[in-house]
Design a protein around this ligand. Structure first.
Ligand SMILES: Nc1ncnc2c1ncn2[C@@H]1O[C@H](COP(=O)(O)OP(=O)(O)OP(=O)(O)O)[C@@H](O)[C@H]1O
Length: 303
C-alpha cells in the first residue's frame, strides 16, 4: 500500500460570505482527515453538514477560508490534478439531447483522448455500466437509474485514480443500487480510491471501508466501518438449527463460563436480498408466486 494518502485535509475551514463580504454560513470548521489509496471512504452527515462543500474544495472549485488540502500529491487549487479525478455530482449536468455514445465521445474529447482511445473507452464503459441496450437513446428519455449509470461512465472516462461520488445510489431501485455498489467495489479492486457522500446508510455500510461523520461542518466520527460498528463486549455464534434441549445445554455451558444467553432466534436475511432473489427467480420462472414458507431465498438454498 502506498504510504502517501491520496487526500490530506488539515484544519480546513470554509465560510460562505454574502455579497458584502459578511459571514453567512460556516460550512466547515477545522476539518482534518486523510483518505488512503485504494479505499472506499464514506463522507456522511445530515443535510447542510458540509459534504458537498468538502468535495468542491477537493476539486478546487472553491477556495478554503483556512487550512490545507492536498489531493494526489498536489494542492487542491491546482486544477491540473483533476485530470486524474472522476466526479459524479449529485444532480445530473449531462446534455439531455445527446445519447450515451455521444456523451462519452464529448467528454473523451475534453480529455484530449485519441479517436481510437475514445472508442475503446466508450465501448468498455457502456458495457461496464450496463447501458448497451440504450446507448443510442437520448439522455432525456433515460430513467433515474440509467442517468446515474451514464453519469458514472462519464466520471470514469479519463480512467481516474480518484473517484468522487455524490449520492451515487440515490434514486436507484434495489437492482440498480446493487449494480452500482458492485461497480464501486470493482473500482477499489482496480486499485482506485473512492470517496462517496450518501444519506443511504445501508449502502455506505455495504461498500465503505472507512467513514467520517460531519455535523454542522465539524468532524464527529472517523474510522473503519467494522471497528465502529462492532460490539466487542458481545459474541455472536451461528449454528445449524438447535432443539429446545440443545439450547438448554448451551445455556448451562455458557453459565459455566460466566456468560449468559441473550437472544435465541433464526438469522434473517435482508429485504434487499429477498427483493433481488425475487426479481431473479421471477425472470427465470415466470408465473411463479412465492409464499413465506417457500420464498425465493429458500428456493435458492435448496438448489
Ligand atoms: N454557495 C453557497 N452560499 C452560501 N451558503 C452555502 C453555499 N453552499 C452551501 N452553503 C451552506 O453551507 C452549508 C453546507 O452545505 P453543503 O452543501 O456542503 O452540505 P451537504 O452536507 O452537502 O448537504 P446535503 O446533504 O443537503 O447535500 C449549508 O448550511 C449550506 O446552506
Amino acid at each position: 500500500m502506498d504510504a502517501e494518502p491520496v487526500i490530506q485535509i488539515r484544519n480546513l475551514s470554509k465560510v460562505y460570505r454574502d455579497f458584502w463580504g459578511r459571514k453567512k454560513v460556516e460550512a466547515l470548521n477545522s476539518l482534518s482527515l486523510e483518505v488512503r489509496r485504494g479505499e472506499i471512504f464514506g463522507l456522511l452527515g445530515p443535510n447542510g453538514s458540509g459534504k458537498t462543500t468538502t468535495i468542491k474544495l477537493l476539486l478546487g472549485l472553491l477556495f478554503p477560508t483556512d487550512g490545507e488540502v492536498t489531493v494526489l500529491g498536489r494542492p487542491a487549487h491546482d486544477v491540473s490534478k483533476n485530470e486524474r479525478i472522476g466526479y459524479l455530482p449529485e444532480e445530473s449536468y449531462l446534455y439531455r439531447f445527446l445519447n450515451a455514445d455521444e456523451t462519452l465521445e464529448f467528454y473523451g474529447r475534453l480529455f484530449n483522448m485519441s479517436s481510437a482511445e475514445r472508442k475503446q473507452r466508450r465501448d468498455q464503459l457502456i458495457e461496464r455500466v450496463g447501458l448497451q441496450h440504450a446507448r443510442r437513446r437520448q439522455l432525456k428519455e433515460y430513467s433515474k437509474g440509467m442517468t446515474r449509470r451514464i453519469g458514472l461512465a462519464q466520471a470514469l472516462i479519463n480512467d481516474p485514480e480518484l473517484v468522487l461520488l455524490d449520492e451515487p445510489t440515490s434514486g436507484l431501485d434495489p437492482l440498480g443500487t446493487s449494480d452500482m455498489k458492485e461497480m464501486i467495489r470493482n473500482l477499489r479492486d482496480q486499485g482506485k480510491t473512492v470517496v462517496m457522500c450518501s444519506h443511504l446508510l445501508a449502502d455506505v455500510q455495504d461498500v465503505c471501508d472507512r467513514i467520517a461523520i460531519l455535523y454542522q461542518g465539524e468532524l464527529k466520527v472517523l474510522g473503519g466501518v467494522h471497528e465502529l460498528l462492532e460490539a466487542r463486549d458481545e459474541t455472536e455464534l451461528l449454528t445449524s438449527s438447535l432443539s429446545e434441549e440443545a439450547i438448554k445445554d448451551v445455556e448451562s455451558v455458557l453459565q459455566k463460563h460466566g456468560a449468559s444467553l441473550q437472544r435465541v432466534a433464526h438469522p434473517k436475511s435482508t429485504l434487499e436480498e429477498l427483493f433481488l432473489r425475487t426479481v431473479k427467480e421471477s425472470k427465470e420462472r415466470p408465473g411463479r408466486r412465492f409464499t413465506p414458507e417457500e420464498k425465493p431465498a429458500a428456493a435458492e438454498a435448496a438448489k
